[in-house]
Design a protein around this ligand. Sequence first.
Ligand code: ATP
Ligand code: MG
Length: 419
Amino acid sequence: MRQSELFTKTTKEISKDETSFNARTLIRGGFIDKVAAGIYTFLPLGHRVHEKIKNIIREEMNAIGGQEILMPALIPKELLEATNRWENFDVLFKLSGADKKEYALGATHEEIITPLLKKHIFSYKDLPKFVYQIQTKFRNELRAKAGLLRGREFSMKDLYSFHTSEEDLGEYYKLAQKAYFKIFERCGLLDLTYLTFASGGTFSKYSHEFQALSENGEDLIHICDNCNIAVNKEIIEEQKVCPSCGNKKLREEKAIEVGNIFKLSNRFSKDFGFQYTDENGGKKDVIMGCYGMGPSRIMGTIVEAHNDDRGIVWPEEIAPFVASLLKIKNQKSKIKNIDEICDKIYNDLQSKGIEVLYDDRDVGAGEKFADADLIGCPIRIVVSEKTLNKNSVEVKRRDSEEAKLVGVSEVVNKISNFQ
Ligand code: ATP
Ligand code: MG
């Protein structure tokens, strides 16, 4: 994309009421725009990143048998009354329709998916099944001061699994944990993310959270360095040792909950009378699990984790573009065909399928360098009179200080192999 055509600009003017690091940085870079506390627009650069995260999640959910659907955001009151959550889910946004009926904006979707699957699943032969969506969720969060980490409107991937038995759920639960770590690896969060034991509610001893270490995290976790797992502070009172090895020397850290998986057992199938016929003709409750993950929160977490004093350092797979191409043109330049050379590199990279942000703007070199660092694409290519005098361009990784000269005719191949 040509930066001259991008309708957004980087900015230094950020309102003082935005205090979170991830949101301030993303607003500066022109990735998001703040509408109100916990409510943001995703701008072209931010939308690209957000979509890439969602696509990684989608691929890994499909790889463990997930079937994608899209459920409505409006949930009729009766469904939430059936599970006793209309009154008890404290963050629900409630509204009334022209039909005088009441609705909640979807904060989670067990009340839609359970009756849905009930229409299609009858026998043990129909199970197990795994169904998910990636959708906007609404929660009337009390504090929405952490930028993308805690939105009142935010994106969530929610997968629900349906089984004949707790054992079968247990197997899938383990598979889902592995898939989650693949996602965190692809998002550049693997080294920071701990499988964390959290309180399980009524149906299992523990649920599991995926907590990414971060100074600005809202959660406190206790890490066991022997097992590389953690326990959430909220349960630490009764669980002062590592649940896996019994280690008592746990290390306390701040972290962000980037995902959460739960064994629901028959919590929701019971309320909706969702049963299947077993091999002997008997009726049994369908056993369920749910698996949440927040793409927008992950985007904020990546910014919190991967940055320096100049801006964001995006991990390769989720960067808005793989490369920034900077045309540094000096009015007095003796090299007259710099535009043609840059345009050719841009077109050749694009035709190789390499996503490039081409800074062809009519602004000073300082501004181009500063913006490229702030926006944070993994590779920077600079074309200037200085480099062209050596018939070269300069190539530098965002996460390294070392710049290399690469011949003009070689740059496209070099960048293809860089990835
Ligand atoms: P938290 O404890 O942080 O309030 P939660 O336990 O209520 O979150 P779930 O209901 O399990 O979260 O939601 C699944 C995932 O959705 C979370 O792990 C997180 O990644 C994301 N998520 C939840 N609430 C928000 C929010 N307000 N803003 C952005 N992402 C969120
Ligand atoms: Mg939680």
